[in-house]
Design a protein around this ligand. Structure first.
Ligand SMILES: [Zn+2]
Length: 437
């Protein structure tokens, strides 16, 4: 953590609200020659450089990031760290993909040294892509959570993770029991939840791999620990939905299953939520839960197209997720680019303003962490990313041809990737710096 004031000059962009389709000017704060001022790891001010430079105390460190955009760190609301080795695995859709690729990879997380090495790689990769907070699936092994939290704590990161609960329809080596899973989760909550910047998520994989008893005990755990998150999947793939209907013949819908067991509440985050109808969206929004939209995964696994307009219009909280390894990139820029194309296929329009809102403040709201992170309001934790606009020859040329900042921002969103990330800061301290940047 820094002990004095430091300031960063460049284009400063953050959000105070959802800019929506109308590009509400009050939702966006853009300072093209801006200054971000940090004190003791927290935001002190963000505004026009000309105005703020004179107020800097003597001896304040000043970093020049002209030609870069400074934004709050990206928030990945759904990702699996034990799937680092199966990203880009060929030829299947969800249920088969889990059996063929994800489950075998996750079995290796019974081994501490493998889990530690994977967590180290995973967190390095997030920082390299400008992601500073994530909601993370570990594996069924309590040890995988221990290794992940140790690595996250060593980097001072705000991270949320949990042990997968899975007591049926999965390989022997990945199966827990309803009671055992509840006990291990409770122990992990006791040890890690609220320790430094870490939070725990009660993590039933999805309704297909838990018995009713396991979901019931997970719901009990969620009631006993209301400050924890709940993290699972919902309504991703049509074969999966048909299977859930068979497994829970009493349910009216997929959402019904989680609701019945008390798993639909504030701080519950469900990945995908693609095939919901309007009635379910309304109930989802009412519950205060959040959806994680995962476009690269949904396209890669052929799952379907997330309905941004209907979900947001229904009042659902929505964040962006990469869903690595079903997703194909750790990069939030690549993810937003695919989100734009998904919206196009639905005849909807995702503006760059709304897209970057979803990747920052929208994600923080989805996780209910917007009191701590998500924008540059004074007092917020100073996790931020420095994005170079002209990071490749293609982007350099495109930027020269752009006449407005909105045009540049959209080009960055559509064409940028990890090469655009010049630096990532954690609590005002450098967590990653691109070589030569
Ligand atoms: Zn997932």
């Amino acid at each position: 953590m820094t002990t004095s004031v430091s300031a960063y000059r460049g284009t400063v962009l953050h959000f105070l609200a959802d800019p929506g389709e109308s590009d509400d000017p009050h939702a966006v704060q853009l300072f093209e020659d801006g200054l971000l001022v940090i004190e003791q790891g927290r935001v002190k001010a963000a505004g026009p450089a000309q105005q703020l430079l004179s107020s800097l105390p003597k001896g304040a460190e000043l970093m020049d990031y002209s030609d870069c955009v400074l934004m709050p760190g990206f928030i990945d609301t759904h990702i699996h760290y034990p799937q680092v080795d199966v990203i880009a695995s060929y030829g299947s859709q969800l249920l088969d993909w889990l059996e063929r690729y994800a489950y075998p990879a996750e079995q290796r997380f019974a081994d501490a040294s493998h889990a530690r090495e994977a967590a180290d790689f995973f967190l390095t990769e997030l920082l390299r892509n400008g992601t500073t907070t994530a909601l993370v699936f570990a594996s069924v092994h309590a040890l995988s959570v221990e290794m992940f939290f140790e690595q996250a704590a060593a980097r001072n990161l705000r991270m949320i993770a949990g042990k997968v609960l899975m007591d049926r329809n999965c390989p022997e080596g990945l199966r827990d029991t309803a009671e055992g899973g509840q006990r291990e989760s409770a122990e992990l909550i006791e040890k890690w939840h609220g320790r430094g910047r870490l939070g725990y998520a009660i993590t039933p994989r999805f309704a297909g791999t838990s018995t009713e008893l396991q979901l019931e005990l997970a719901g009990q755990l969620a009631r006993d620990h209301p400050g924890t998150h709940i993290h699972s999947h919902m309504s991703e793939n049509t074969d999966e939905i048909a299977w859930i209907r068979q497994l829970y013949p009493w349910s009216r819908s997929y959402l019904d299953v989680y609701e019945r067991f008390g798993l639909l509440r504030e701080r519950a985050v469900y990945a995908h939520c693609i095939h919901l109808d309007d009635e379910e969206r309304g109930r989802f929004a009412q519950s205060g839960a959040a959806a994680s939209a995962c476009p690269t995964s949904n396209l890669f696994l052929g799952s379907g197209l997330f309905d941004f307009d209907a979900s947001l219009a229904a009042g659902m909280r929505v964040g962006m997720g990469t869903d690595v390894g079903g997703g194909t990139s750790y990069s939030m820029l690549r993810t937003l680019s695919e989100a734009y194309k998904v919206a196009q296929l639905k005849r909807q329009r995702l503006s760059p303003w709304r897209a970057f809102y979803l990747a920052t403040l929208g994600g923080a709201r989805a996780l209910r962490l917007d009191g701590e992170i998500g924008n540059f309001a004074p007092g917020k934790e100073a996790d931020f990313v420095v994005l170079r606009l002209a990071s490749t020859p293609m982007l350099e040329r495109r930027m020269r041809a752009a006449s407005t900042f909105a045009e540049k921002l959209f080009a960055l969103m559509m064409l940028g990737d990890d090469r655009a990330v010049a630096a990532t800061y954690i609590l005002g301290a450098p967590g990653y710096r691109r070589q030569g940047a």
